[in-house]
Design a protein around this ligand. Structure first.
Ligand code: NAP
Length: 302
């Protein structure tokens, strides 16, 4: 069977670029829908000549999104933000943008929609991020074709924000403060997330599947930072404060142009970020999750 043209929104992102790479290695034609094609030329070098095309698309522009989707057989939505700024709001990107993609996909008779959501997507969540992820998922009920919702836990890999940011913070400071150090995560390798996207595209579900993507084990926030410090060969004094105490700090930091912490991120830390025992997971796609301890030394160097 001929492989469909796949449109990837968010193709320049940490996860999106790995998805593009996996699809290219499987022989798909990929259209990367990006805000700044001139900054996405590196995607072209991942494939054979003509295998990747770039199209300018802001997901909040109906015209852009509909043009980007013409002729596609599948759509992957890997657009997202963790911090709001101006019109780049959770609602605009995770809900409105997804609605525009769904409308365009229906118009273009797309058969399969793959949504990169997040563990914790829940309309009752105290976090605006998680609420907007749940509303984005809910919008997919309007899509008549196959729907695959992939919900990763914390994603790690060479360009991740979590370990790279904390590693940078640990460079100069002898003390590191973490919030709700007992909150649990199940870090998943970016290569496994991309592999999951490629596998669901190869075998679309009959209607809608939700798959939670977590690594082989869970860690507390504190254990993750300890592991990172061990890897870097740095000794730092770790203190954990509660989310309540962190709120005023997050409020002030949230006023910075590229805030290291926001109130919404503190709210996210109130809940564990791990797969549910009843959810479909990587094993259901025959993927053996890659341990954090194998990958971390490859990009966090002493
Ligand atoms: N990373 C994690 O640990 C993690 C965990 C769970 C879930 N997720 C979810 O996975 C998805 C991808 O995350 P990521 O880590 O790859 O994020 P990322 O590296 O920040 O990438 C986000 C992508 O969204 C694009 N984008 C932002 N605003 C846009 C707009 N208005 N129009 C079009 N594209 C826009 C960015 O394009 P530009 O290059 O133009 O900025 C970029 O390609 C998100 O939905 C996120 O919520 C991530």
């Amino acid at each position: 069977m001929e492989k469909p043209l796949v449109v990837v929104f968010g193709a320049t992102g940490f996860i999106g670029r790995h998805v593009v790479q996996k699809l290219l290695s499987r022989g798909y034609l990929v259209r990367a829908a990006v805000r700044r094609p001139e900054q996405a030329l590196f995607l072209k070098s991942m494939g054979d000549v003509g295998q990747v095309s770039l199209v300018r698309a802001d997901v909040c522009s109906e015209g852009d999104v509909s043009e980007a989707t013409i002729g596609a057989g599948a759509v992957v939505n890997s657009v997202g933000i963790l911090t709001e700024r101006g019109s780049q709001s959770f609602h605009n990107l995770h809900v409105f943008g997804t609605q525009l993609m769904i409308k365009a996909a229906i118009g273009a008779k797309v058969q399969h929609f793959v949504q990169i959501s997040a563990i914790g997507a829940d309309v009752t969540s105290p976090s605006k991020y998680s609420k907007s992820k749940a509303l984005g998922e809910a919008a997919l009920n309007q899509f008549p074709g196959a729907v695959s919702i992939l919900r990763p836990s914390l994603v790690f890999g060479a360009q991740d924000k979590f370990f790279n940011r904390f590693a940078a913070m640990s460079r100069f400071s002898p003390v590191m403060t973490i919030i709700n150090g007992g909150t649990r995560f199940q870090p998943v390798y970016v290569g496994d997330v991309a592999e999951a996207a490629a596998r669901v595209l190869a075998k679309p579900p009959k209607s809608k599947d939700i798959i939670e993507l977590g690594g082989p084990r869970t860690y507390s926030f504190r254990e993750l930072i300890e592991l990172m410090l061990q890897q870097l060969g740095r000794r730092r004094f770790l203190t954990s404060i509660s989310d309540r105490i962190a709120m005023p700090i997050a409020f002030l930091l949230g006023l910075m142009p590229d805030p290291p912490l926001t109130i919404d991120q503190v709210r996210l830390l109130r809940r564990d970020n791990i797969t549910s025992p009843t959810a479909q997971e990587l094993a259901d796609l025959d993927i053996v999750p890659t341990p954090l301890e194998v990958i971390l030394p490859q990009y966090l160097r002493r």
